[in-house]
Design a protein around this ligand. Structure first.
Ligand code: IMP
Length: 425
């Protein structure tokens, strides 16, 4: 299987980490192409929980090549910590982790600015992860970024850093006294980083394209989710990168090709962290119950996730936008005590019925969900490993999703462990 893409079809936290981990056993190379340490990909391996923010999930499998491509924004401290963590675990990353020299760095001042700008937005805040993602991508677009290649030459780096900091201090008042904007503080950090990381910097576009031409199996690991895509998501309540399957070509620096499989990961209900519209959100006790049953707390920030029923309108949009041809449906077990189950099949917007996700996403805050109800199965399914052994009502729920989305489910996850997965052949 030469190329697979895994993308989230909702607002992130769909359980991509588990699916990537599962499928990485068939891959030669696992590639991250966007986002940064705002991601939190959780994998349970041998009863231990691993949360990866920056390293591709394939790193957990000792023999796999892993790539951080140019579209990722790299936080130096986070990267060093994650590499050290795996090395301490006896999982060596040397010789199999390749980081693009074109990837931009997330600097301490980006993290400061992320929090500072969120404070200024007040009622319009986005609820970012505070990981400096927006300011780092802003600098990339403004051509004020620092890339990994820049750290390799000390004189060039010092000159670039001085000019970047000068512009920042001239644009925003009262930054002089802050450590995050101090020239020597930033330079020292980058010099330490260079010594630890220089052996990992590569032309990753070339590496991926060679692997592709050689027929190697490549797994592209999306982070966040479709509705957080900067262009096509619920803007401005999005992240700052292209989270959709199309984003991989730009993020990796590859000519477009048709991947063999585009797997859309769909949680059996909806969640969202941070601000922004969420038509099927359950408020109060109902939301709290689902949050507890699904243990819905952010893997990166620990924030409680907002929870609600499955939104087929938004999912149909995500499936089309990504060209999803297979679904991985996760956390089905969490719904086992619900009866009836609700699925959103349309929105009421003022006096109109919308069956399609609105192009103007500012409508979403005034959209009321229209639900179809289905009976719940009311029994435990977390020990089931075969599709045919699932209760009929659980299969009916899955069928309804498949039919509405026009894509078949290939993986059903019924628990957090690797083996709690049903593969449909
Ligand atoms: P940022 O990416 O930190 O700028 O955050 C922008 C929005 O995307 C916020 O609502 C975050 O909660 C959300 N977000 C960013 N990364 C993730 C993720 O990996 N999972 C879920 N939500 C995310």
């Amino acid at each position: 299987m030469p190329s697979r893409v895994i993308v989230g079809c909702q607002w992130g936290d769909e359980g991509k980490g588990k699916i990537v981990d599962l499928l990485s056993c068939d891959a030669d190379m696992i590639v991250r192409f966007q986002g940064g340490a705002n991601a939190g990909h959780t994998v349970i391996k041998e009863n231990r929980k691993f949360v990866l923010h920056l390293l591709p999930t394939g790193i957990l499998r000792a023999e796999k090549q892993c790539v951080i491509a140019a579209g990722v924004v790299v936080d130096p401290s986070q990267l060093i910590d994650e590499i050290a963590f795996f090395e301490n675990e006896g999982i060596s990353v040397r010789g199999r982790l390749f980081i693009s020299g074109k990837a931009h760095l997330v600097m301490p001042y980006h993290k400061y600015l992320d929090r500072y700008l969120e404070g200024l937005r007040r009622a319009n805040s986005i609820g970012t992860t505070g990981r400096g993602i927006g300011p780092a991508y802003t600098d990339r677009a403004a051509r004020s970024g620092i890339r990994l290649y820049d750290i390799l030459n000390q004189d060039h780096l010092a000159e670039l850093l001085a000019s970047v900091l000068e512009v920042k201090k001239a644009s925003i008042p009262n930054l002089e006294h802050l450590q995050e904007f101090d020239f020597h503080y930033n330079l020292d950090l980058l010099c330490t980083f260079r010594e630890k990381i220089k052996g990992f910097i590569f032309d990753t576009a070339q590496l991926i394209s060679e692997a592709y031409s050689a027929g190697k199996a490549i797994l592209f690991e999306g982070a966040q989710g479709t509705l957080l895509d900067v262009d096509n998501g619920t803007y401005p309540y999005t992240t700052s990168s292209s989270t959709i399957a199309g984003g991989l070509f730009v993020g990796c620096g590859l000519a477009p090709f048709a991947p063999d499989e585009i797997i859309g990961v769909v949680k059996a209900y909806s969640t969202r962290v941070g601000e922004g519209p969420f038509p099927t959100e359950l408020k109060g006790d109902e939301g709290e119950t689902l949050r507890k049953r699904g243990a819905e707390f952010g893997a990166t920030t620990g924030r409680p996730r907002r929870c609600g029923w499955l939104d087929l309108v938004a999912l149909k949009y995500a499936v089309k936008l990504n060209g999803v041809n297979l679904l991985a449906i996760t956390k089905l077990d969490v719904l086992q005590d619900y009866d009836p189950l609700k699925l959103c099949i349309g929105y009421k917007y003022r006096n109109q019925i919308l069956e399609d996700f609105p192009d103007n996403t500012s409508f979403l805050k005034d959209c009321q969900p229209i639900y179809a109800e289905m009976p719940g199965w009311k029994c435990s399914i977390d020990g089931i490993r075969e599709y045919n052994k699932l209760p009929e009502k659980a299969r009916a729920y899955l069928n309804r999703i498949e039919q509405h989305l026009g894509a078949s489910a290939k993986y059903i996850s019924v628990g957090s462990a690797r083996e709690q997965t049903i593969k449909i052949s």
